[in-house]
Design a protein around this ligand. Sequence first.
Ligand code: ZN
Length: 154
Amino acid sequence: MSMEDLYQEIILDHYRKPKNRAPALDNEDVHVHHSNPLCGDEMDLRVRVVDGNLDAVVFDGEGCSISQASASAMTQAVIGRELKDGLELAEDFRLMMHGDEPSRADDLLDGVAFQGVSKFPVRVKCALLGWMALRDAIETYQSGASAHSVTHDD
Ligand code: ZN
């Protein structure tokens, strides 16, 4: 099995059996909604912060397999991490989607499976949707707000 096939399997597995997918979260601290009109992807991300760590991260949404699978992989990579660390991983993933080698590939876990998506500019926003929602959720939390809504239409 080639690396590309393996990554394809990982992506499909997250799409078919998403991790941390839920329409609600007990004691949520932040709820952000992001949409990607280019593809029709919708993403709700809810975060609970305990002692400065991402205690729980759940997503709910609809859209293409890349967007939903990437959000699922993102939750696994960031749950339990410090907020600052979550932001760093989101940045690492963003740079990877723009063609860089990830500097924290091991910490991205299944996130690295999406590296090949960077070759398809029209799908990059799909893969980024969950991660950018995470970044927004953390920054929204740090600003003292509890909800935010973003449409990525650039
Ligand atoms: Zn999409």
